[in-house]
Every structure is written in structure tokens, then in C-alpha cells.
Design a protein. Structure first.
Length: 270
């Protein structure tokens, strides 16, 4: 059995790739899962050349439920033991709910919530049986309040945060840790997939991907139940707690509106 591997979904790009580099720098062998084969090969080349760790690739579309079980079975055949699971793959949709694409949103629910749940179920059982394991779930600062114009995405990340915090408590007795990483807007391809979101006020200032990955790795190793990345994001989260819920939602709606929509018009509408 090949032990000590870190499995990262969406490990070929963005936050997932930055996390892969951070794990590799610390000597962890990797399994990367993604849809885009050329990005997977590119990521493997970088990781092998720069950090000299073994990197195994699995190309699968995780919006298809059957592929989650297929990944687990494939790893058993390859005799690779996953000691750290990183549920990172995810995407958002952007726009008024009555106009956004339902099919995309159903895929989002499958990837951001069902896949995270399914992967965690399969791998955590083995970790618990061994008495050791770590799980890092990529949530978001979106997890802390509802998000008008990104309603489904924000709700999906609230699920990831609550799910992770609950398991952090439950799994303590098995020697398995669970951490939710909550970055604010981060410079990746995210806004290209959530079409139009690049023009939203909230995405005008973004965190560097390396900082998000470093703090996520540290939080995981320190067994934190969750980690919010960024001073401003932490401050906003604290303010949220003191404000009436309706006001928080209205402010988030403004932050998610496009920069070319004057705030004065939005306030009139609210
Ligand atoms: N960027 C932000 O502002 C931000 C903030 C907070 C949280 N997050 C979260 O961070 C995570 C990573 O996002 P990112 O910002 O790094 O975006 P990204 O650059 O678009 O990366 C998304 C990753 O997910 C993978 N993925 C997407 N759909 C997939 C599918 N159907 N099957 C398998 N893999 C799939 C992609 O691989 P392929 O291209 O191969 O499909 C890619 O590796 C997501 O969960 C996101 O919600 C992002």
C-alpha cells in the first residue's frame, strides 16, 4: 500500500493547485482530480519538477455522481491510501435567480455539496478505521450570510461550513480532523465560470491564491474547525453577527451588484 497521499479535487487550477504546491513543498505525495486533462498534466509537471513528489492523476467530471465512487475504487486498485482529503472543486453562478441556468445550478449543488458529502463519507470511514486522517473542505466567506445574485452558491458554502464544523466535533474521537477554509474573493478562474461576477463590487479586490493555500494548510495542520482568510473578511464576519439579518443580506446584495449599477439606485429598489 502507498501511504500518506493527499487527494485534492480540482487540484489542477486555482486554489486547488496552490494547495497542491503547499502540500508538495511539505513532502506530501498527491492525487489530483479534475475535468481538464491538459491542466492536470501541466499541474503534475510543475509539482514533479519543482517539488519531486509522486503525483497521481484522475480525470473525472465530479458533477456526475457515479464518478465519486469510481475514484474511490480506482484508488483501491492503485493501492493508494488517502490520509488527507481536500474537497476543493467547486464553482459559482451569478445573476438574478429567475434568469440563471437551472441545469448549471443543479450541477453546482452536485459538485459543491453532494460530491463533498459523498467523498467525505467514503474516505472518512477508512480514516476512522485507521485512527488517523485529515479533511480540508473549501467553503468561503459566502458561508456566513445569504448572497443575492449568487443565492445557490452562497447557500452551498453555508452547507460546507456547517457540515465541516459538525464533523470536526464528531470525528474527534476517531483521530480524524475536519477543517473548513473560508477565503474571500481570490484571484483564480472562478469569476470566468460564474459569468458576469467579475464586474461585481465584491470581486474588485482579491486575495492572492498562495496566501489562501498557506493559511488553509496551516489551519488544517493545527486542527482548526474553520479559518477565515483575510483581515477585512474577518472584520466583516464579526460585524455580520451584530447586524440585523435583513441588513446583512441587503449589504451583501450591494457588494454582489455590478460596479456599473449606482448604489443610490440599488438603495431605492431595496
Ligand atoms: N476564487 C474565489 O474567489 C473563491 C473564494 C472562496 C471560495 N472559493 C472556492 O474555492 C474552490 C476552488 O475554486 P477556485 O477559485 O480555485 O476556482 P477555479 O480556478 O475555477 O478552480 C476550480 C477547480 O475545480 C475543478 N472543477 C470544477 N468543476 C469540476 C467538475 N465538474 N469536476 C471536477 N473538477 C471540477 C476545476 O477543474 P477543471 O477545470 O479540470 O474542471 C478546478 O480545478 C471552489 O470550491 C470555490 O467555490 C473560491
Amino acid at each position: 500500500m502507498l501511504k500518506g497521499y493527499v487527494l485534492i479535487t480540482g487540484g489542477n487550477k486555482g486554489i486547488g493547485l496552490a494547495l497542491a504546491k503547499t502540500f508538495a513543498k511539505n513532502g506530501h505525495p498527491l492525487v489530483l482530480v479534475g475535468k481538464d486533462a491538459s491542466a492536470l498534466y501541466r499541474a503534475r509537471d510543475i509539482l514533479k519538477n519543482d517539488y519531486h513528489v509522486p503525483v497521481s492523476l484522475i480525470q473525472r467530471d465530479l458533477t456526475k455522481k457515479e464518478n465519486v465512487q469510481a475514484i474511490y475504487t480506482l484508488l483501491q486498485h492503485r493501492k493508494i491510501q488517502i490520509d488527507i482529503l481536500v474537497n476543493n472543486a467547486g464553482f459559482g453562478t451569478y445573476g438574478p435567480f429567475i434568469e440563471t441556468d437551472l441545469e448549471k445550478e443543479l450541477q453546482l449543488i452536485q459538485l459543491n455539496m453532494q460530491c463533498v458529502t459523498h467523498m467525505t463519507k467514503l474516505f472518512s470511514k477508512d480514516m476512522a478505521a485507521r485512527g488517523y486522517g485529515k479533511i480540508l473542505n473549501i467553503a468561503s466567506t459566502s458561508a456566513f450570510q445569504p448572497g443575492p445574485y449568487m443565492a445557490v452558491y452562497f447557500a452551498s458554502k453555508a452547507y460546507v461550513l456547517h457540515f465541516s464544523e459538525a464533523l470536526h466535533h464528531e470525528f474527534n474521537r476517531y483521530g480524524v480532523t475536519v477543517t473548513a477554509l473560508c477565503p474571500g474573493p481570490t484571484k483564480t478562474d472562478f469569476t470566468e465560470h460564474a459569468k458576469g461576477s467579475g464586474k461585481a463590487r465584491i470581486f474588485q479586490s482579491m486575495l492572492p491564491v498562495e496566501k489562501v493555500a498557506y493559511l488553509g494548510y496551516k489551519a488544517l495542520m493545527n486542527n482548526q474547525s474553520y479559518k477565515v482568510v483575510g483581515f477585512k473578511n474577518n472584520l466583516l464576519r464579526q460585524l455580520n453577527r451584530c447586524m440585523p439579518r435583513g441588513l446583512t443580506v441587503a449589504i451583501t446584495g450591494m457588494l454582489l451588484s455590478k460596479v456599473d449599477h449606482p448604489i443610490s439606485e440599488l438603495v431605492k429598489k431595496e
